[in-house]
Structure formats: structure tokens, C-alpha cells
Design a binder for this molecule. Structure first.
Ligand SMILES: Cc1cc2nc3c(=O)[nH]c(=O)nc-3n(C[C@H](O)[C@H](O)[C@H](O)COP(=O)(O)OP(=O)(O)OC[C@H]3O[C@@H](n4cnc5c(N)ncnc54)[C@H](O)[C@@H]3O)c2cc1C
Length: 477
């Protein structure tokens, strides 16, 4: 959907009749035939403009906020594909908007493997999950919080969120241009941004000048390139939130089994310096190729960088009975042996272990215990070994899978290069960042969108305030 707007487009054949502010235009026009040059971003003379790179959650939310605070600011969002396309597919099509269980900022920030220290301060105090929920409620979206804290629209469809944002953007007068990519950016001597826009399908280029630039390009490499063109560095992007492929064909037979609570630990070899260890507690699911579920996804997020370095190879150590001490597990097994000595080991096991029969059989197979053997025939040494397997079962990680409901990229513009209370660059004045383009990523549960809403809101607020205070100064002068 493109919002309509007036604009000044000058075709190349008329170029000789106009004076261009920079020689760049002339160079580019001599190289290309079918092009157009837009000399201003559609604003009335004397008014300032904001160009937003990317019509995702952060870009659209930021654009709405800036335009709300500064109605005379021309706000143009450039989106290379469809706006809010990740919102559409998010949360299995339901859009997990935010997380409603984290009221404390330190606890909230603890859900961000990249950003957990930096986000403890002003970031969520300015616009946290409760503010996001209020914003959507005030704009007509009814939300519900599920038992695990995930917040969804009551409609259970992401279209509700998209319709809300698009209609608010339109109502405020945000200009949206789709099908154009911001391919490069530089600064002008007048302190503005000279931005190059291209269409992928046709030979078409525009140059526009912007007073304010908000880069909200998500994990796209193009967005990272724009940031480097303006003097920023980039923390190498690596995937986060994925499942583990496990080298064990017998595990596939357990596909579909869910463990409500395991403690999973990752040991990665070949990674520089020390051997990093990451541990997570939570539910785990057996899939056709390995493991998934919250404990695994959180491990993949916290270990994202180390896992990338180890080429997704290492050991996964799983404690299947994390609430029991090893000595308790052993004594449960001894007691069971005494009580059910004449039963086949495959047919019964201590219920306190909370295991399913298929998994018990798998553990016995790992001990080379044949199904027919009776409890009475198992030595105490073997029982100790079974207990050890339940407490510390090792699996060989041979790669990463994909978590279809959500994945994000770790890496991007380092947080040390921006002011988190305004989202403005420390390197380039009037340049702002928000969302996944930054080196921030969260675990599953609505935390990634919350980063986009918070960052977009803070950037939009800063830009809106800068524009209005500049206008007030001008009026007072
Ligand atoms: C399948 C899936 C499901 C997910 N589900 C959830 C969920 O339920 N809850 C949650 O919290 N998180 C979820 N996430 C993560 C969440 O979608 C992202 O963290 C979030 O979308 C980031 O918002 P953003 O605005 O920073 O970036 P994006 O949403 O990625 O938006 C960036 C936009 O910029 C555009 N763009 C990039 N470069 C340029 C350029 N040079 N010129 C013009 N346009 C450009 C892109 O086309 C894109 O539309 C999910 C992710 C995936 C992949």
C-alpha cells in the first residue's frame, strides 16, 4: 500500500535546464538512461524532512511518533519490499507483539543476549512493554497475555497489528514509498543526508536530501552498508534463535516428545580463548532432526556467537531431571529395583522421574540394557550409570536447524556508537537507528518486537522534539 503525496520529479531529459546542487547527479545521469531525480522530499519550502529506511515495526512506529510530535515534519518511509512483512508472518501469523510478564527493567533486559547490560536503563523506562500495550489498546487493538507472558492481539491474527499501524501512519500523514531501496547515503556540506534510492526492477534512480535519517532496516546487509557509509562499524551478523541438529538416529524415534523442564548445557570446542559454556532451564522438544523448544532456543541465542565460531558443532549436555539431585535419582532407582525386582526393566520405572516410556527405553538402549532384562538383574553400578545419563546426557550437535516461528540476527551497529536515550548516532548528528539493525536481539516471547517498538518510539520522540524545539526557536527569533 502506497500513500499518495505530491512530489517533484524531474526527468533526466530536462536536467540541462535545471541547476543541480551537486555534481553527483550529472555523473550518474551520464551513466544511466531512464532515470529521475527528485530534488526534495516532497515538503513545502522551509520545512524539514525525515527519511526512514525500512517500513518494518521500528520504522513505521518511529515514523508515526515523529509525525505525531511534529505534524509539519515531512516523514517519508522508504520500503524496498512490503511494509511490516515480518509482522505479518510473526508468531505463526498471530504476532507476539511484546511480553507482559517483565515489569522490572533489569529482568526484562535479561532476555536480550545482545543488549542485556545496555538496555537496563532508560530504554525500556521510556517505552517498555506496558507502554506498547497501552499504545495498541489506545489505537483500538485488544490484546491478551498468555500464561507464559506472550502478548497477542485478541483476534489471533497479525493483520490486526498491521491494519492499526498502517491506518495510524496514514492518518498522521506519513508518506510510504514501497518498491524502492536505499542503496547509498552520504552527508552534504550543508549537514544534510544525500540519499540514493533505486528500484530493483527498472533502471531508475533518485537522489533525495534529508534533514533527519532513521535507519530501521532490520538485519539487511544493505542497512549495515548505509551505517558504515556514515562512519559506523558493524558487529558481524550471525543467526540467533534456531534449533539444534543432533547426530543420533535413535533420537528421531522420539520425535514429538516434550520435556516440560530440562537443564541444557552447551560445550563448544575449537572456540577461541576458553571453552564457553551456556546453560538454560526450560521445556525441550524432540524433533525429527534433534531438539527444539524454549530451553534450546534460548541456548541458541545466548550461544549464537560462540556457536557460529564453532561452526555449530559441540556437545549438548541435558539434565532430564533438574529438580532431583543425582543421589535422589540413584536412591529412587535402587528402591524401584527392590520393589519391582521381577518386572521387566522396560515396563516400569520410578514415576517420580516424570519420564515417558519411549524415552526410558531410549535411555536403556544407551546403556545397552536389553528390553527383557529384569530389574533384579541390573547391577547397582549400572543403575548409577542410568542415573548419570538422566542427569547429564550428552548429545553431539552437528549443525543448526531453523525455528520456523521466529529467528533473528545477532550483530549490527554497536550500542556503544549510539545514545540509547535518544537513539541518535554518536558519530553523525541527525542520524538515528532503531530495531534489529542494532546489535540487540532477544529470546523468543515478544522481546524482539519490543526492541523495535522501544527504539522506534525513542527515535521518533527525539526527532519530533528536535524539530519542534528548532521551530520554536525560529519563531522566537
Ligand atoms: C518468521 C519470524 C517470526 C517472528 N516472530 C516474532 C514474534 O512473534 N515476536 C517477536 O518479538 N519477534 C518476532 N520475530 C522477530 C521480529 O520480526 C524482528 O525482530 C522485527 O521485525 C525487527 O523489526 P525491524 O523493524 O527492526 O526490522 P524488519 O521488521 O526486518 O524491517 C526492516 C524493513 O526494512 C526494509 N529494508 C531493509 N533494507 C532496506 C533498504 N536498504 N531500503 C529500503 N528498505 C529496506 C526491509 O524490507 C524490512 O521491511 C520474528 C521473525 C521472523 C523471521
Amino acid at each position: 500500500m502506497n500513500f499518495t503525496f505530491p512530489r517533484l520529479v524531474l526527468r533526466s531529459e530536462f536536467l540541462s535546464k535545471i541547476s543541480t546542487p551537486s555534481t553527483t547527479y550529472a555523473y550518474f545521469l551520464s551513466k544511466r538512461n531512464h532515470c529521475a531525480v527528485t530534488l526534495s522530499l516532497f515538503q513545502k519550502s522551509g520545512e524539514e524532512n525525515l527519511l526512514v529506511v525500512g517500513g518494518g515495526a521500528a520504522g513505521i512506529y518511529g515514523a508515526i511518533r515523529a509525525k505525531t510530535l511534529a505534524p509539519h515534519l515531512t516523514v517519508v518511509v522508504i520500503e524496498k519490499a512490503k511494509p511490516l512483512s515480518k509482522v505479518k508472518i510473526s508468531g505463526g501469523g498471530r504476532c507476539n507483539v511484546t511480553n507482559g510478564h517483565c515489569v522490572d527493567n533489569v529482568i526484562l533486559a535479561g532476555n536480550y543476549p545482545r543488549g542485556n547490560k545496555e538496555l537496563r536503563g532508560s530504554f525500556f523506562s521510556t517505552h517498555g512493554p506496558m507502554d506498547t500495550m497501552s499504545w495498541f489498546s489506545e489505537h483500538g487493538v485488544e490484546l491478551k497475555t498468555e500464561l507464559d507472558g506472550r502478548v497477542f492481539p485478541i483476534s489471533d491474527t497479525s493483520s490486526t497489528i498491521i491494519d492499526c499501524l498502517m491506518s495510524e501512519a496514514k492518518k498522521r500523514g506519513v508518506v510510504l514509498q514501497t518498491g524502492k531501496t536505499v542503496t547509498s547515503v552520504s552527508t552534504t556540506t550543508g549537514g544534510k543526508f544525500s540519499v540514493k534510492l533505486e528500484k530493483r526492477t527498472v533502471d531508475y534512480v533518485e537522489y533525495v536530501e534529508a534533514d533527519y535519517l532513521l535507519i530501521a532496516s532490520g538485519s539487511s546487509e544493505q542497512g549495515h552498508k548505509l551505517a558504515t557509509q556514515l562512519g559506523h562499524s558493524i558487529v558481524k551478523p550471525v543467526p540467533s534463535l534456531f534449533t539444534f541438529k543432533i547426530d543420533d538416529f535413535k533420537l528421531a524415534e522420539l520425535s514429538g516428545i516434550t520435556f516440560p523442564k530440562v537443564k541444557a548445557k552447551l560445550k563448544l570446542e575449537g572456540v577461541q580463548k576458553s571453552i564457553p559454556e551456556h546453560t538454560q532451564v526450560g521445556p525441550m522438544l524432540v524433533t525429527h532432526w534433534g531438539f527444539s523448544g524454549p530451553a534450546i532456543l534460548r541456548l541458541s541465542a545466548w550461544g549464537a556467537r560462540d556457536l557460529s565460531e564453532s561452526e555449530y558443532k559441540g556437545s549438548l549436555l541435558v539434565d532430564f531431571v533438574p529438580d532431583l539431585h543425582i543421589e535422589d535419582v540413584k536412591s529412587l532407582l535402587y528402591q524401584h529395583k527392590n520393589k519391582f525386582a521381577k518386572q521387566k526393566v522396560v515396563n516400569s520405572f520410578p514415576p517420580e522421574l516424570g519420564l515417558v516410556k519411549r524415552f526410558w527405553k531410549y535411555i536403556l538402549e544407551r546403556e545397552d540394557l536389553v528390553e527383557d532384562i529384569l530389574w533384579a538383574s541390573i547391577s547397582n553400578n549400572l543403575l548409577v550409570s542410568v542415573a548419570s545419563h538422566l542427569k547429564n546426557c550428552s548429545f553431539c550437535v552437528k549443525g543448526k536447524g531453523q525455528f520456523k516461528d521466529e529467528f533473528v540476527t545477532a550483530g549490527g551497529v554497536p550500542l556503544s556508537e549510539i545514545f540509547l536515550n535518544t537513539m541518535q548516532s554518536r558519530i553523525q548528528s541527525h542520524l538515528f537507528f532503531a530495531g534489529e539493525v542494532l546489535n540487540i536481539d532477544g529470546v523468543t516471547g515478544g522481546f524482539n518486537f519490543q526492541n523495535a517498538w522501544s527504539g522506534g518510539y525513542i527515535a521518533g520522540t527525539s526527532i519530533g522534539n528536535m524539530v519542534t524545539s528548532a521551530n520554536m526557536k525560529e519563531e522566537a527569533a
